[in-house]
Structure formats: C-alpha cells, structure tokens
Ligand binder design. Structure first.
Ligand code: GLY
Length: 293
C-alpha cells in the first residue's frame, strides 16, 4: 500500500494508435491526444488516482472518431461493432476487462466498473448485461462507426502514475475491420496488451493484436523492467515482434515516472505530461521526438 504523496510526482502517457497517419489527419490526431492528455492530467494535478486519470483520458479518446475506440469503431465481418477495453490497478493488481461488447459509449468505463469484481474479463452478451446492470451509457452502432474509409487506425491506451505512487493502465479498441465476430485481440487481456504493477511499471500496447498476443508483449516488458529502463524494455518488446511479424507501438512508465515508448508502425500518436514540468508533449512518431531533443 502506498503512503507517501509527491504532489509533482505524477505522470501520464497515452497513445492514439500504432498506424499510418495521413498528412490531413495529423492535426486531428494531435488535437485529440492533447484533449485526452489534459483531461487525465487535470485528475492527477488535483490529487486524483491513476485509475481515475486513465479512465478520464480514454473516455476523451473514445468520444473522438479520429481514434479506433468508442465512436471511431469499425465493423466486423457481420457488419457489427464489437469493442474491447481493459483497466488495471497497479496498487492492487485488480483487472477489469470487457471483450466483444456492443452498444456502449465508453467501454473503458465498463472495464473500470469490472475492476473490483471477481471475474477479470467478461465478453459479448455477458459483458453487455453487466454494463446494462451498472447503468453504463448506451450508444447504437451508427453512432460508434468510424467515418467511411477511415480504417487506418488502431487501439488507444493510457498509463498513469499518481502522486501517491500508484500506477494504472487502460486500453480501448473499436475492433479490427472485417474481423471474425467474437474475435478478441490483445487489448482486454493482461500480460498481452497491457499490465500495471506498482513495483515494476505500467504498459499499454497498440497494433496487430494476434502478433502482440503471440509474443506476450506486456509480460515481456514487465520482466524486462525488473533490471532495465522503460525505454530498453519497450524496445526489446517491439524487437521481439520480429519472430512473428506485425506492427505495434507501446508506452511504458516505471514507478519513478520514467517514460519509454517505441513503435515499428509508420506512426504512433503519443502524448505525455509530468507533474514536475506540466508541459504536455505530443508526437506522431519516435523520430519526431528525436528531432525535438
Ligand atoms: N490491438 C488491438 C487489436 O488487435 O484488437
């Protein structure tokens, strides 16, 4: 259990997907990431928890059709919208996940409601029944579908460290265009698309879910954090994908607030802010960050 409070010790990192960003979509990606970053940062600046900050940031991304989550979801091969989301509390190792859920505005909020429940993952109708029983906000498929022709985007994610030293991770995805009904990727499964443990760090991925799952990328990052930096851990994870192929990007925070991020996709929309300088930074690729240093 955490006891000390460092008012400037918080940090928040989010991503809007590992993907190719067309020049005309750059501004929307930057603006959406910044809005989400400011929403999560406001929670942490006010002394709120990492779990609350992650939920606040991802809710903003889910309401923005620029990103493949919530409003920016895509159709499976039946023409249906099925979404996945998860949340993990690094202080308690509580996990909440929903898979192939339909008709909710904020899948991440349903995952958050699952956090203190015994099951770690509910799927399909079971997840929808849970969401309805909890009074989750509903949305029909027409309101959740991405603009036609805009399938070049992927999962969103967020990780945060609060002023008490607690870490959290969250993910949300609007599915894979034309995928088999009921398909789950990495996003709702701990150790695959995300993980958080106060003693080690927090991580969230985006990208080809089957590849991320086969390589257990989040678990790999957590093992690498035992003796290395967040940047080394995430670079090692992305390199591991070479065994199976596929594109991905990942963000990592350690308990001291050190940040790592990497991707092998053409772009990776990332935002980050720390309490001790409180200056939001948004990048669309690692190369862009390097050119600003
Ligand atoms: N990374 C999201 C998915 O493959 O479902």
């Amino acid at each position: 259990m955490s006891t000390t409070v460092d008012p400037g010790g918080w940090a928040l990192v989010l991503h809007g997907g590992a993907k190719e960003i067309a020049p005309e979509k750059e501004a929307a990606n930057r603006a959406g990431c910044l809005r989400a970053l400011l929403s999560g940062a406001a929670v942490l600046r006010a002394g709120g928890s990492a779990v609350d900050a992650v939920e606040a940031a991802i809710r903003v991304l889910e309401d923005d059709a620029t990103f493949n989550a919530g409003r920016g979801s895509v159709r499976n091969s039946d023409g249906e919208v099925e979404m996945d989301a998860a949340m993990m509390d690094g202080a308690t190792l509580d996990v909440g996940g929903v898979g192939a859920i339909r008709d909710v505005r904020h899948p991440v909020a349903v995952a958050r409601l699952m956090l203190r429940e015994t099951p770690t993952l509910l799927v399909a109708e079971g997840a929808q029944r849970f969401a309805a029983a909890q009074g989750a906000e509903l949305r029909g498929p027409a309101e959740l579908l991405a603009a036609a022709g805009d399938a070049a985007h992927d999962t969103v994610g967020c990780i945060a460290l609060d002023s008490r030293g607690d870490l959290a991770a969250g993910t949300s995805t609007g599915g894979l265009e034309g995928c088999h009904p009921g398909r789950l990727g990495d996003s709702p499964v701990p150790g695959l698309g995300f993980y958080a443990d106060n003693g080690l760090g927090a991580v969230a991925f985006s990208g080809d879910g089957e590849s991320i799952s086969r390589c257990m990328l989040a678990a790999h990052v957590m093992h690498r954090l035992e003796g290395g930096s967040p940047q080394a851990a995430i670079e090692s994870a992305i390199a591991r994908l070479g065994r199976v192929g596929g594109d991905a990007g990942g963000i990592v925070l350690d308990p001291a607030g050190n940040i790592g991020w990497a991707h092998n996709s053409p772009h990776f929309a990332v935002g980050m802010v720390r309490g001790n300088d409180d200056r939001p930074r948004i990048y669309l690729s690692k190369g862009e960050e390097a050119s600003h240093d």
